[in-house]
Write a protein that binds this ligand. Sequence first.
Ligand code: HEB
Length: 441
Amino acid sequence: MDEILLTRALFGTTMAFHIIFATMGVALPLMILSAEILYLKTKDKDYAVMVKRWIKGFAILLAVAIPSGTIAGVQLSLLWPGYMKIIGEVVPLPFQIEIFAFFIEALFLSIYVYAADRLSSLMRIVSVSLVALGAAASAVLITNAHAFQNTPVGFRMVEGQIVDVDPWAAFFNPNFVVAASHVLVTAYMTGAFVLASVAAFKMLKAEPGSSHFIYYRKALMLGLIIGGLFSIFSAFTGHESAIHLHLYNPEKLAAAEGLFETTSHAPLKIGGWTDPERQEVKYAIEIPGLLSFLAGYSFDEVVRGLNDFPEEYWPPLFIRLLFNGMVGIGILLIMLSVIGFIWRHILKREVFPKWMLGCFVVSGPLAMLAIELGWLFACIGRQPWAIYRVLSTAEAATTAGHIAPLFVLFTGWYVVLAIITALVLYFYFKRHPLAEDIPIS
Ligand code: HEB
């Protein structure tokens, strides 16, 4: 492998690892807040128990999110000096404001965790809201730097020199709101489905009708309803992102859709993969005109094809699979939560069939996979650019070399860390079973 590919692999592995914990760090405060509000409203002790147990899980996952995020930050500077030079001069704002967001989150988290039993219900809600706000702000701000890579504005390059810097214009770059809302919405969706997964798994083993079964069913429904709502939002924000590609990064959309010729009435192709030799998508279901319609709300909308761009500007064509995987999972999870909701709240069934619980168990891992696919799609689809049409990935990368041993070392370390985290979670909840809080009956 060449050095640049290794550098990308190293950084990509770090980000893929970090994003799992960061996602949970953003989403769990919202789930905890929802349970707090339900407890305040219904006085149902089960929700207080959910709050108590989810905070423990949150604290363990946050303990990995923070150092892995720090590693990501350090690697950003060490592996991508060319990128950080531009970021440092043009978009330092998100990183500077992020420090405050983190500060708010950490402050109210310690108040919430250590003084929870001395706070009134309302004050608890205020503190956990501020934790959620701080975490959301971190996610939005870091996505800001990512959005800038897609739509870099707020400066000019003159003979390799950065001039006319306007940091606020760079901050409010065209991609910012679209990307940040998609990232935030999909994080909430994923955290909710992960908790639904755990609850469904426990329901498979609990005695139907027992106090534990009922507790887990409440947790499952809370996860499914919030996850379902946010998966619908994710389709809207995802659609916005696709329109955005159409306007600002058309070659990424063309690669995602396997569209070679620029055309109006462009079809949407579902499934299949791109054959670059024959310039077509094999084994796809074609819906005539739909891509044009989705991109511009009109069948006459002209969608640009890959052949409009020099071949060295084409993103790798396999990103179509990443894109379809993400979208497919999103649609599947919308359907799953609708099925669960109808079953429980409209048909009023007390128990779920095993196959349905089995589907709920995989919903969390699937949502997390969609997050990974989304990032891979967004970042591999931006190739060959680190900053679109400004800085190529090759120019951004370090020339220091010796990446291969680092790659092996870090990957090994993430595997170990993942195993340790799983064991800590497992043994913590094994030592503190639900029976400690809710007697089995
Ligand atoms: Fe997504 C990304 C679409 C779903 C996660 N997305 C993305 C993009 C697009 C989309 C177009 C790109 C952007 C750029 O690059 O700029 N999605 C979409 C759609 C849908 C979706 C249409 C439907 C359904 N997603 C989804 C889900 C998830 C996701 C479900 C998870 C859970 N994505 C994602 C991520 C990303 C994406 C993480 C990266 C970031 C950005 O935004 O970029």
